[in-house]
Write a protein that binds this ligand. Structure first.
Ligand SMILES: Nc1ncnc2c1ncn2[C@@H]1O[C@H](COP(=O)(O)OP(=O)(O)OP(=O)(O)O)[C@@H](O)[C@H]1O
Ligand SMILES: [Mg+2]
Length: 308
């Protein structure tokens, strides 16, 4: 399923003195199969954008009974596969089966007495009317989801989510979304607030899902290393607009442009810059492996030159 947004705008508290323009004419296409990054300063519209992808925030045209006006200005478009999110008649419940959304700090939304019940909620919530899964089916899916996020169901299913560590709670919250195996997984800052090992584990999980049943991953992140290491492409949001969109390899070459937007660059890009100032040019994709290989390649070349 391809995600296509054209001329998307969003104003919170429209027509009130508190109106805040959060998206301003955003056009963006995310292809099926991508591991797509969304970056930008705080308040730039990242969460507002991703919350449109499962219809949590809606286009005005999808809320009105009236037919869309024709010929006046450009109409916003938002399509996720076959789903046209600008239409009122769109089945948003069916859409949410395909687009799983993990919010920023999702562990704050855990509420059930046990881990098992919390994860099951996601599944029962999406069950079609008259097609309620049996207790056995629910249990099987929940246990599978817990295993998929690296929590042994025998140990954790009966625990209260509130007894768990921050990282474990995050996993339970992710399990509650992946229990329906959505083909698009959207995560708002999935690794925020975790320690470096916890961050890496969450990203490893996402890659595991991506190589398995999940076709497309979209992550919002403040962590440029995370974007460089994991993403096929990334979009830079600034004041509600997409100001740049490129694979990390191109994006992080524009050091000055990014810092003018208040953004950092990955550690590897900083190392490349520092080496360049010392007269050593390293061409790499700004991943750790890419950097190490480029440095080793250079060293091998110099060794050969030395021998000659
Ligand atoms: N519920 C809301 N009511 C009113 N204004 C809001 C609301 N949510 C967001 N905004 C405003 O919309 C703009 C975009 O917010 P959004 O949360 O999308 O930014 P963000 O890029 O996700 O920021 P962060 O990195 O801090 O999560 C900001 O100016 C914000 O103040
Ligand atoms: Mg946000």
């Amino acid at each position: 399923m391809r995600i296509v947004a054209e001329h998307l705008s969003y104003i919170y508290n429209a027509r009130t003195p508190f109106a805040a323009k959060a998206l301003d004419d955003v056009s963006l296409t995310i292809e099926e199969g991508e591991f797509y990054g969304i970056i930008g300063q705080t308040g730039s519209g990242k969460s507002t954008f991703v919350q449109h992808l499962n219809g949590l925030l809606r286009l005005p045209s999808s809320l009105k009974r009236k037919k869309k006006k024709k010929g006046k200005g450009v109409s916003p478009v938002l399509r996720v596969g076959e789903f046209d999110l600008s239409e009122k008649k769109t089945d948003f419940r069916a859409l949410r089966k395909h687009v799983g959304m993990v919010f920023q700090y999702p562990e704050y939304q855990l509420f059930a007495e046990t881990v098992e019940k919390d994860v099951a909620f996601g599944l029962l919530n999406f069950a079609e009317k008259g097609k309620k899964p049996s207790d056995e089916e629910v249990k099987r899916a929940v246990w599978e989801a817990l295993e998929a996020v690296g929590l042994d169901p025998k140990e954790y299913a009966e625990k209260s989510p509130f007894e768990l560590s921050g990282g474990q709670k995050r996993r339970v919250a992710i399990a509650g979304v992946i229990v329906t195996k959505p083909e698009i997984l959207v995560l708002d800052e999935p690794a925020a607030g975790l320690d470096p090992l916890g961050k890496r584990e969450v990203m490893d999980l996402l890659h595991k899902f991506h190589g398995d049943w999940c076709k497309t991953v979209v992550i919002v992140s403040h962590d440029m290393d995370e974007i460089a290491e994991n993403c096929t492409r990334a979009a830079v949001f600034s004041e509600g607009k997409v100001v740049k969109e490129a694979p990390p390899k191109e994006l992080f070459r524009e050091t000055e442009e990014l810092s003018s937007l208040g953004l950092d660059i990955p550690l590897v890009a900083k190392l490349c810059e520092a080496l360049k100032e010392r007269g050593v040019k390293i061409e790499c994709d700004f991943t750790e492996d890419g950097f190490i290989n480029a440095v080793l390649g250079r060293a091998a070349l110099r060794g050969k030159e030395g021998q000659a």
